[in-house]
Design a protein around this ligand. Structure first.
Ligand SMILES: [Zn+2]
Length: 119
């Protein structure tokens, strides 16, 4: 929220600087300088925050469900769905038509994960 305040104040300074440019050019230049600096800092900080937020969204690893056939050990891996639990019986096997069962539910954690959070 502070950033938006800085941005608004900087933009106000820019407008004020332009409006007094003809009457008080010396003051106007200083006001404009601060206005530009403030705007640049606020925009830069906002972009940084946006990027961090979008990174955080990507970081959330997907939950995977492994379905296995007890008879022929045919394995199927798919995205986790609501209501999935281990040992839940699902649709018949594609190969032998026997009932398939959820054998594992896990979150895929990649090696890169640790590097993304240096703090
Ligand atoms: Zn099978």
């Amino acid at each position: 929220m502070t950033l938006f305040l800085v941005l608004v104040l900087s933009l106000a300074a820019l407008i004020y600087g332009i409006s007094i440019l003809e009457t008080y050019p010396d003051i106007a230049y200083i006001v404009l300088l601060f206005g530009f600096l403030g705007t640049a800092i606020a925009v830069y900080a906002l972009v940084q925050i946006r990027m961090r937020l979008s990174k955080l969204r990507i970081v959330v690893p997907p939950v995977t469900t492994t379905i296995e056939c007890k008879k022929c050990s045919f394995k199927n891996v798919r995205e986790f769905q609501r209501g999935d639990y281990i040992f839940k019986e699902l649709e018949p096997c594609q190969k032998c038509n026997d009932k398939m069962m959820i054998t594992a539910i896990y979150r895929e954690v990649k090696e890169k994960e640790k590097e993304r959070f240096p703090y």
